[in-house]
Design a protein around this ligand. Structure first.
Ligand code: AMP
Length: 488
């Protein structure tokens, strides 16, 4: 069960936090279209609304109006084959005696079965890795101890206890987090606090924003990507550090590094830069669009070709195509129109259905490409299904040559840290040589950006990346089931 998701959190007394969360999630919709949800706390009760579908399907004005409170977290979940179920929607909620908490997770844990077994849970009791963390937090929560009556109203001292003043939930987090391995950016709330945590490798992004002016903040926001701050008028403050636990309440944000130095090693997912994040997001202090444009420029240097027009595959290939055109001097043009009401087509179970979806999603501009030698830029080739159908479509529409340029290296290894990918057998570059790929795709030439150029384009000196999908070099343990299946 892999999920790449969008998470959001807000602490803002006096503001409609449900509306802010809706707006934030809407800006993070690209990170997950399977389900959406939010948990809102008014200090007394936590209300969770979640369902399958897009943010706008799950929420409308009436639902939002019924969610008063001053703290909220939200989640958009990415579609994965076979696990498209209501029970996997987030945030997950648990109550412990009279207190409750909710959690939203972006990433994928790699030791879920081992942890579940360790805690005596029967297979199937927890639905997902995120559910497991919620269960472990509930077990570790001091309010769950034998001498805490379920009717006890938590003592204010408990409420604000803990080194960061995050109360009992903070204590539970400090116990559970060191046990979990893999990728996690969590947003968590209880009746009084909003918390955010990034795993010690920083696989998935998480940033902090502020509502209101610096000298008189009106609230605080956590989000997977910075555009979720922009849309609600919050200012970007900073990215959370890998391993950082942040507690936010009326006293503002406080945070601490909670992992030992030997577990801290930054490996932000390089695919966030290639494909996953929005172009207007900022990671490592850089706007993603600029990095993608430079990827295209370096690609042009790496493999020039004589052609009449450079075009990008909408939407993700467009910034790199702009860069390729700029560096090569070949005019940039549009060759495809995308139906903007269609989401991402990648995770559709069978090949036939995917090809049909691509035709529904992209249509060629015949007059603009007929007779032309095209350089076609896309961000990545995973299974090759889309690309193959696309090349055929462009040729049918009259392109005289199709030169494929990919702004990332060959995708050869499955991701275990939060991006849903097919098995190794289904990854085009894992099962075919370069020549075979060219022939399969039907291109006149094909070039992938090298890893060195990709890192150069991102231009974040000293920054650490996870590039396991490109190199097979997994920075955190991978699930046992994969290790057994993988060739030695
Ligand atoms: P394909 O040729 O079938 O491998 O599809 C390649 C297309 O899928 C490219 O246009 C990518 O932008 C897109 N893509 C790459 N990774 C993902 C992902 N994790 N989820 C959805 N789409 C993706």
């Amino acid at each position: 069960m892999k999920e790449a998701c969008g998470v959001f959190g807000v602490f803002a007394p006096g503001r409609g936090v449900a509306q802010l969360t809706f707006d934030g999630l809407y800006a993070l919709q690209h990170r997950g279209q399977e389900s959406a949800g939010m948990a809102v706390s008014d200090g007394e009760a936590i209300t969770v609304v979640k369902d399958m579908g897009l943010v706008t399907t799950v929420f409308d004005e009436r639902t939002i109006a019924c969610l008063p409170g001053h703290i909220a977290i939200g989640h958009t979940r990415y579609s994965t084959t076979g696990s498209s179920e209501w029970r996997n929607a987030q945030p997950v909620y648990r109550s412990v005696g009279r207190v409750g908490f909710a959690l939203g997770h972006n990433g994928n844990l790699t030791n879920t079965p081992a942890l579940a077994e360790l805690h005596g849970m029967l297979p199937g009791v927890v639905a997902t890795d995120s559910d497991l963390v919620a269960e472990l937090l509930a077990l570790a929560h001091p309010a769950a101890s034998a001498d805490a009556s379920p009717l006890d109203i938590p003592d204010p001292a408990d409420r604000d206890g803990g080194p960061l003043g995050g109360g009992l939930l903070e204590l539970a987090l400090r116990q559970v987090l060191p046990l979990v391995q893999g990728a996690f950016s969590f947003v968590v709330l209880d009746g009084h606090h909003l918390m955010g945590i990034r795993d010690p490798n920083g696989f998935r992004p998480l940033c902090l924003g502020r509502l209101g002016p610096t000298d008189a903040p009106e609230g605080w926001v956590l989000a997977s990507e910075s555009p979720a701050l922009d849309v609600i008028g919050a200012s970007f403050v900073r990215e959370l550090e890998p391993g950082e636990l942040m507690v936010i309440d009326e006293k503002g944000p406080r945070s601490e590094q909670i992992f030992p130095a030997e577990r801290l090693e930054t490996h932000l997912c390089i695919f966030e830069f290639v494909y996953f994040a929005r172009p207007d997001s900022r990671l490592y202090g850089r706007e993603i669009h600029g990095a993608r444009r430079r990827m295209g420029e370096l690609l042009a240097e790496q493999r020039p070709v004589e052609a009449d027009m450079v075009m990008g595959v909408p939407d993700s290939g467009v910034p790199a195509a702009e860069g390729y055109a700029r560096a090569s001097g070949i005019p940039y043009g549009q060759g495809l129109v995308k139906n903007r009401y269609i989401g991402r087509t990648f995770i559709t179970p069978d090949q036939g259905a995917r090809t049909a979806l691509i035709r529904r999603k992209l249509n060629p501009l015949r007059d603009n490409i007929a007779g032309k030698r095209l350089v076609v830029v896309d961000d990545s080739i995973v299974r090759g299904t889309t690309t193959r159908a696309l090349v055929e479509m462009l040729r049918d529409a009259g392109a005289s040559e199709v030169h494929m340029r990919v702004s990332s290296p060959p995708f050869q290894w499955p991701c275990f840290y939060g991006i849903d990918t097919p098995t190794r057998e289904e990854l085009l570059a894992a099962r075919m040589s370069r020549e075979e790929i060219e022939e399969y795709l039907g291109t006149d030439s094909l070039e992938y950006l090298t890893l060195e150029h990709l890192v150069e384009a991102i231009d974040a000196p000293g920054a650490g990346f996870c590039n396991a999908c490109l190199t097979g070099d997994y920075p955190a343990p991978v699930p046992v089931s994969f290790r057994q299946a993988a060739p030695a």
